[in-house]
Write a protein that binds this ligand. Structure first.
Ligand code: ADE
Length: 337
């Protein structure tokens, strides 16, 4: 997968990313409605002297689910422990995590849709009654042991809410969908990050980087850092419009924010399947990208931009996609799109 869109930051970017993460609500830009709703939930919980209900955040990667969870813990004055669905392989792993929490702590489970069925069964009583029923031993000698857990708040995060079982989904007190950010919010995020990292960037360059950030803060911050590299190596360190254009061009990110992977998918759809409709599996084989990568990384943005449409019969490339790639629409295709 491309470095620019990489879901998770590479090691050398991790420290920078954590420096850029808002640590107080006032610094968290965008997602106003969600912030407001969460603040009401937290204020009410505080007034009752209870821990807040379990929360589920869903939305594309890089939109700030982890950051929001950290702000929830901070607001409640409690610790946050972070793990993920695939990391918890056995009931024992879950027990180790849950028994290490204190009252009111937040447990953040990323990619919660990838939790195993067995672990999920253990999670239900933990969420509902703060209890864990462990089975010790095997066969006729097996014994159950009930562990009392602290009153924690589970915050689940997923890019694929539809893959959560209904019983798990129903155990969350509130579910929030994080949307793509507005362009002006992405600009504010770039300006804030530039201030924190001591980067000089011209207003025109802020706009240029924002336009190609896929409405996603993580991408915006990454592009800002790559533009800084360019500015430092090829100029005096200041990111001008020209420098940002050069940086983005060399990263193969076009004016609409599409990168090589996006264009590969659109090209496969148009050239190999006459613009579709085509099923995900077939498209994935033709574009040589994993289905999950198409679903989680490329397609949400391509659909948001109106380049791809999903129909019951498969994916279709839109007229805009043809125009953007400079490909003429065949007559046989024109009545489809
Ligand atoms: N960095 C990443 N996400 C952010 C957000 N929503 N607000 C401010 N800075 C951010």
């Amino acid at each position: 997968m491309s470095r620019v869109l990489d879901q998770k930051p590479a090691k050398e970017d991790e420290a920078l990313d954590s420096a850029l993460r808002p640590k107080i609500w006032a610094d968290y830009i965008g997602q106003e409605k969600i912030k407001e709703n969460i603040r009401i939930i937290l204020t009410a919980a505080k007034q009752r002297g209870q821990s807040p209900d379990h929360l589920l955040f869903y939305g594309n990667s890089g939109l700030g689910k982890t950051t929001l969870a950290q702000l929830v813990a901070m607001e409640m004055g409690k610790e946050i422990k972070i793990s993920s669905g695939p990391a918890i392989e056995r009931a024992g792993d879950l027990a180790a995590i849950l028994t290490n929490l204190n009252d009111g702590d937040v447990l953040f489970l990323d990619e919660i849709h990838r939790i195993s069925n067995t672990v999920e069964e253990y999670l239900y009583p933990a969420m509902e009654d703060y209890k864990l029923n462990l089975i010790l031993g095997k066969g006729p000698m097996a014994r159950t042991m009930e562990l009392k857990l602290p009153k924690f708040t589970l915050i689940g995060a997923t890019t694929r809410p539809a893959l959560l079982s209904a019983p798990l989904r129903n155990r969350f007190g509130a579910i929030f969908q994080l949307d793509f950010y507005k362009p002006e919010d992405i600009e504010k995020i770039i300006e804030r990050s530039a201030r924190i990292l001591n980067i000089q960037i011209e207003p025109d360059a802020v706009k240029a980087v924002a336009e190609r950030s896929r409405f996603t803060p993580r991408v915006a911050n990454r592009l800002l850092k790559r533009a800084r590299d360019f500015a430092e190596v090829q100029s005096d360190g200041k990111i001008t419009k020209e420098i940002s254009a050069k940086a983005l061009e060399s990263l193969d990110i076009d004016k609409m924010g599409l990168e090589l992977g996006d264009r590969k998918i659109l090209l496969a759809l148009i050239e190999k399947f006459d613009g579709g409709p085509v099923g995900l599996q077939t498209l994935s084989a033709a574009a040589m990208e994993e289905e999950d990568t198409i679903l989680d990384i490329y397609e949400p943005y391509l659909m948001q931009m109106g380049f791809i449409e999903r129909t019951p019969r498969g994916r279709i490339a839109s007229k805009m996609a043809y125009e953007h790639l400079g490909i003429k629409i065949k007559n046989s295709q024109s009545q489809l799109i």
